[in-house]
Design a protein around this ligand. Structure first.
Ligand code: ZN
Length: 221
């Protein structure tokens, strides 16, 4: 399978009975304003923050997107979920799996829009697991849904958990793609908006070099 990006996805899901990645392109083309609408909602909800941030990936960045603010209003969360669901629907997704905590709300909204089950993975002693009695069927076509993809690490961990439970991960969906095209996914990856914001390893962070200290975005009251 080849690497793919929203709108330019070339990788076809293995044994796709109902759709190919080309269908994803078609759907994306049918919603050309999804990115603009998402950006507008991010701005109006106060989700775009400027400063010096320590991302969960360990990288530093001058900008952070607090998706929790975007999803604060259920009506807005529902709208975003419907948009993302429209991109995933052609892939014949049978259930959604999201890594806690970031993927919980959007994953649930996407599952709601698709009318499929929603499960989440969570860390126990730093290891990602499927708990709480959740089970996946053998060969079940799962999409892993996240709020933001930067390195894709937690998404990959959730996907590995789903695969380990016998499911077939056929797609990754996110509100926001901050990977700059460098995401590690080998299945179709769809997002509502690609946002190219610089990220740096701590040792080369110019904001640190200027004497600044990064803050964890979640710690901002
Ligand atoms: Zn820094």
């Amino acid at each position: 399978m080849a690497r793919g990006k929203a709108g330019s996805t070339r990788a076809a899901p293995a044994s796709a009975a109902t759709a190919t990645a080309a269908d994803v392109e078609t759907v994306a083309a049918a919603f050309p304003d999804a990115g603009a609408e998402t950006l507008g909602m991010l701005q109006s909800s106060g989700a775009l923050l400027d400063g010096h941030f320590l991302l969960s990936s360990g990288l530093h960045s001058p900008r952070y997107v607090q998706c929790a603010k975007l999803l604060e209003l259920p009506v807005r969360a529902q709208r975003v979920g419907e948009r993302l669901a429209a991109l995933l629907r052609p892939l014949g997704v049978e259930s959604i799996v999201s890594p806690a905590l970031g993927g919980l709300i959007i994953g649930h909204e996407v599952a709601s829009a698709l009318g499929v089950p929603f499960r989440f993975t969570e860390r126990k002693d730093s290891k990602m697991e499927l708990r709480r009695g959740f089970a996946l069927g053998y060969g079940e076509r799962v999409a892993v849904v996240e709020d933001v993809v930067t390195t894709g690490k937690s998404t990959l961990e959730a996907a590995a958990v789903a695969s380990g439970h016998g499911a077939e991960v056929v797609a990754v969906g996110a509100i926001l793609d901050r990977s700059g095209g460098g995401h590690p996914f080998t299945v179709p990856f769809v997002s509502l908006l690609s946002l190219d914001v610089p990220t740096w390893a701590a040792v080369v962070c110019p904001l640190c070099a200027a004497g600044g200290k990064p803050e964890k975005p979640g710690s901002r009251a």
